[in-house]
Ligand binder design. Structure first.
Ligand code: MEV
Length: 328
């Protein structure tokens, strides 16, 4: 039993966030920002988790938590999904082994890019390697999904799926994941508003609106479905203009559901003014990140405009690689 490092990618939702929670399809793409988990066996039976990004660490033993770094309440809540992923793999191993788990990430936290799911997949895969538990990607996904439920309440599973399998996928609750072939480059600027928000709160907000105005929200759901169907065709054709227009319409629906905010609108407007083909929030909204699609020629201009508008922004490229073992 030694040391293993695994990684998993972040994602952007191109179309269909929130609507996906109610059974509508979504299109999601893994991007070239990854979370890393290093796991090694300890001499004792304790579990030690350190998250560099969150600047939190704690020991876990027999239901007790001893926080070493950071606010105790925050550490207990935010490290719990990681503990859950580790325990699931330990359960499969069938033995009690002490572990050190170190998480580092290039994915902004709580920003709509699926950082918690990427962390959970990477942790599950690295634990599996250290404990000699052979796991299929499907099993890694299931574990990451369990961890995600602790974090987000009633997630659709889209985040752990894309972190685990990578690529570009169509995702729907009842039919699961279907890889999508996207031949064209999809040049995206990702802008982070820096406003941290909770997916759980945003999902609950939409649920409230849907319960209150079912006749209004139901047609929005159908429109979102149609957007995804047309976007699939446009992605296949490499028709960036149509993809951009559909992104704008999708954003308008999300705005209607109340999950955009001032910080997102500011960045989205800046991107559109700089010539983006389309721009929308990505993920749960309420802050977090937006994405803008631009031609290769316009990409730098859009990136600069979003940065000037105050965002921490970068160009994202799609990646086909899901969770992977880096070393063991
Ligand atoms: C979060 O990245 C996407 C949401 O649709 C929630 C979910 O699908 O679990 C807002």
């Amino acid at each position: 039993m030694g040391v293993a490092v695994a990684s998993a990618p972040a994602k952007v939702i191109l179309f269909g966030e929130h609507f996906v929670v109610y059974g509508e399809p979504a299109i999601v793409m893994a991007i070239d920002k990854r979370a890393y988990a290093k796991v090694e066996a300890r001499q004792d039976k304790r579990l030690f988790i350190h998250s560099q990004n969150l600047d939190l660490s704690a020991f876990f033993e027999n239901g007790n938590v001893k926080v070493e770094k950071g606010d105790p309440r925050e550490a207990k809540i935010k490290l719990e999904p990681i503990r859950c992923a580790v325990e699931k793999v330990l359960g499969k191993a069938g033995e009690k082994v002490g572990l050190n788990v170190e998480v580092t990430s290039t994915v902004p936290v709580a920003a709509g890019l699926g950082s918690s799911a990427a962390v959970a997949s990477a942790v599950a895969a690295a634990c599996g390697a250290v404990l000699n538990v052979k796991m299929s990607k499907e099993e890694v996904f299931r574990i990451a999904f369990e961890a995600e439920k602790i974090m987000h309440g009633t997630p659709s599973g889209v985040d752990p799926a894309i972190s685990t399998f990578g690529g570009t996928m169509l995702f729907q609750l009842d039919t699961g994941f279907k890889p999508l072939e996207v031949k064209a480059e999809v040049p995206l600027v990702v802008g982070n508003t820096g406003v941290e928000r909770s997916t759980r709160v945003q999902v609950a907000k939409v649920r409230g609106l849907r319960d209150k105005y079912p006749q209004v929200v139901e047609p929005m759901m159908r429109a979102a479905r149609e957007i995804v169907l047309q976007a699939m065709e446009a992605l296949k054709r490499g028709d960036l203009e149509t993809i951009g227009e559909l992104m704008n319409i999708n954003h308008a629906l999300l705005y209607g559901l109340g999950v955009s905010d001032e910080s997102l609108e500011w960045l989205i407007n800046a991107a559109r003014k700089a010539g983006a083909l389309g721009a929308k929030l990505t993920g749960a909204g309420g802050g977090g990140c937006m994405i803008a699609l631009a031609t290769k020629e316009r990409l730098e201009k859009v990136l600069e405009a979003v940065q000037r508008a105050g965002a921490n922004a970068f160009v994202a490229r799609k990646t086909d690689e899901g969770v992977r073992l880096e070393s063991s």
